[in-house]
Design a protein around this ligand. Sequence first.
Ligand code: C5P
Length: 305
Amino acid sequence: MPADRPVIVTVPGKINLALGVGARRADGYHDLVTLFQAVSLYDRVTAEAAPAGEIGLVMAGVDVAALGPPEDNLAVRAARLLASRRAPGAGVLLTVLKGIPVAGGMGGGSADAAGALLACERLWHLAPDRAGLLGLAAELGSDVPFLTLGGTAVGRGRGEDLSPVPTTGEWSWVLVTSAEGLSTPLVFARFDELTPNPPAPGLPAGLLDALAGGDPYALGPLLRNDLAAAALDLRPDLAATLQAGRDRGAVAGIVSGSGPTCAFLAADAADAGRLAEELRRDGIGRSVHVVSGPARIGFRHEGRG
Ligand code: C5P
């Protein structure tokens, strides 16, 4: 029998166009309501055949030195979880090429878990089971279910309860990364300190209509992030980054998720290119990326079996 061909899945990172955060729950998570959008900065997860029971990982690309040990890696945990539930004894060698900043508030680790689930499901010839995969994804992390779908979606609960939002058209964003990451649990803990009695979370009125309408000048004023104050408290330098984007004509600027990546909405792709050029010229952030959303997950097989 020919060897199984490697499966390659490209998984986008996400930004939160709105992130409404409520009170800490008994399980330690926070109830939230968020509007996720996947954007065109990708991690590439390759899954190739390995001896039975062996689940291995090779990491490459940006920030890999900042990553923890492979056994804690979310992609490895995803492959192990899928194997234990649906393919006992299966093996895989995962290679993750990182394009999404590590600890950047863009769901990079979650994207790798989503990619590993999707790639292993194919490599191991499992019947596609979207609902089952979403359930496993939720066990791995709050953002993993969204990143198995991509596109645009409203997330509720701790972020795992998803309602996809059909969209037309494309949004242009400029992302500014930061040399140092931020820990998501720390940002949520600071949120608790700064916001002792948060109201029940919700989306800004008119947000979904503005999204459907396609006008960045209507969407811009409705972008919100309840974690922004906590992220800025931990990282006061981000205020200058946000101001830099606004001063250079961004339609709006927000901290992405728990930060520290900042996302700027641009009027269109050409305007995003101009804004990025000016931010780079002036040395703002560690790196500046022009991206578009909503982005999709990509699949391909490599070589011949
Ligand atoms: O779900 P995930 O493991 O990605 O979450 C990482 C951390 O972020 C959690 O341990 C928790 O501290 C915080 N979190 C939260 N409420 C959420 C999602 C994440 O408090 N809805």
